[in-house]
Ligand binder design. Structure first.
Ligand code: CAA
Length: 403
């Protein structure tokens, strides 16, 4: 099998006419820059065409996600022995930023598959689980979904109503999961469920459930404000028999599994928010140089210059926080705090920047053709999923108050 580096090198050679990757260059290696450029070229060449139509008609980007898998973007950090790219989290942040400048329905699928599903199985799964599932998830042959949220368990994730009780040689899962990204297209679900009600969150488990198991059904695709093309739906489990060997980790490890996995997921969503912000900023800069008012390009008016200055400064700060969290992960340090800080800050910057980018565009910013209105709608979800901004503040304040 061709390694991801080979595939990426080949892709770059095929697309040498695009501009050189810019952005934060210090501390980034040649390989980081190469990956950043590959992701930028891919987003420009393969994701930009049709992105407006996919968004407005809520068409799932199946073909685009398949190509992302073929290029290695769906299992970037997974060990090559399981079919992954063996890359570090810094590379992942760089690629997520570039993809998210253009298509956030694709980047959310990428984030969930990489940092929740692949990472969860690779870190806590058995060798059999890795051979059976990870090898296909990492290559993008199949995609996965992470089933934690429920109709009555969102931010308060300990309140799981989905049950998974032991029966003979298997577990029997019953319940409903809400807001599941990749819900209809996933072949594999990581399902968090309560196995021992008395034990509360210490009685929660995580299971790998194959989507075609009897008793698994999906609800209608949600009609959303942003990331409209992405696949979001409920997933229902009715007397679903799951073999005992599909439990991930020790009995009762499910809640910790979810928390640890989400810490990395938050780096992915932070990078998505960063991409939304930097994508909107780049569009605003380009537009401001070309649009004239009162006899000169609007970029020469201080009202616009100050907006661009604030955007550039905040985006740089968000990028540094994302890279710091990724570096913490790569160097084996705890990244719960830095991941939450990155997600909190980058998602707030994404919202603020996209609103200002629409303002810079004036009336043109309000129509779909100019992309910034879509980025503004996409930005909102980054303040909500994988832990709202309020949840990030809980995680951060608890940590800093501990001293
Ligand atoms: N790593 C390991 N263990 C952790 C942990 C972490 N990062 N965070 C908490 N825990 C452990 C605690 O140590 C504790 O264990 P013990 O009782 O055994 O000591 C246990 O988990 C409970 O912790 P808390 O007492 O802190 O729990 P809490 O209920 O007060 O709050 C919370 C926890 C941080 C608020 C958590 O509920 C949370 O993160 N909620 C948000 C849920 C979320 O992010 N959902 C996103 C859905 S997935 C999604 O959006 C994906 C998608 O499709 C895009």
């Amino acid at each position: 099998m061709q390694s991801i580096r080979k595939k990426i090198e080949k892709y770059i050679i095929m697309n040498t006419d695009t501009e050189t990757a810019a952005g934060l260059s210090f501390e980034l290696t040649e390989e980081h820059l190469m990956i950043q450029k590959a992701a930028r070229d891919f987003a420009q060449n393969e994701l930009l065409p049709g992105v407006i139509e996919r968004d407005s008609k809520a068409i799932y980007p199946e073909e685009q996600i398949k190509k992302m898998g073929e290029l290695g973007f769906m299992g970037m950090m997974v060990d090559p022995k399981y079919g992954g790219g063996g890359m570090d989290a810094v590379s992942y942040v760089l690629a997520m930023e570039e993809i998210s400048k253009i298509d956030n329905s694709c980047s959310v699928a990428m984030s969930v598959n990489n940092s929740l599903v692949c990472w969860g199985i690779e870190t806590f799964g058995t060798e059999e689980q890795k051979q059976k599932y990870l090898t296909r998830l990492a290559t993008g042959e199949i995609i996965g979904a992470f089933c934690l949220s429920e109709p009555e368990a969102g931010s308060d994730a300990t309140q799981q109503r989905t049950t998974a009780f032991e029966k003979d040689d298997h577990y029997l899962i019953n319940g409903t999961k809400n807001w599941i990204t990749n819900g209809k297209y996933a072949s594999v679900y990581l399902v968090i469920a309560q196995s021992d009600v008395e034990a509360k969150h210490r009685g929660i488990n995580c299971f790998i459930v194959e989507a075609d198991t009897e008793g698994v059904t999906t609800g209608i695709k949600e009609d959303k404000l942003g990331i409209r093309a992405s696949d979001t739906c409920s997933v229902m489990f009715q007397d679903v028999k799951v073999p005992k060997e599909n439990r991930v980790g020790e009995d009762g490890f499910g809640f910790k599994f979810a928390m640890k996995t989400l810490s990395g997921g938050r780096i992915g969503i932070a990078s998505q928010a960063l991409g939304i912000a930097s994508g909107a900023y780049e569009l605003a800069v380009a537009y401001s140089k070309q649009r004239e008012a009162f006899g000169k390009p609007i970029s020469q008016h201080q009202a616009i210059q100050f907006k661009l200055a604030d955007m550039a400064t905040e985006i740089e700060a968000a990028r540094l926080l994302c890279l710091k969290a990724a570096r913490d992960k790569d160097t084996g340090q705890n990244y719960d705090l830095s991941g939450s800080m990155a997600k909190l800050f980058a998602s707030e910057v994404a919202m603020k920047t996209t609103v200002e980018a629409v303002q810079v565009h004036g009336g043109y910013g309000f129509v779909k053709e100019y992309h910034v209105e879509r980025l503004m709608r996409d930005a909102k979800i980054t303040q909500i999923y994988e832990g709202t901004s309020e949840i990030q503040r809980i995680v951060i304040s608890r940590t800093v108050l501990k001293g």
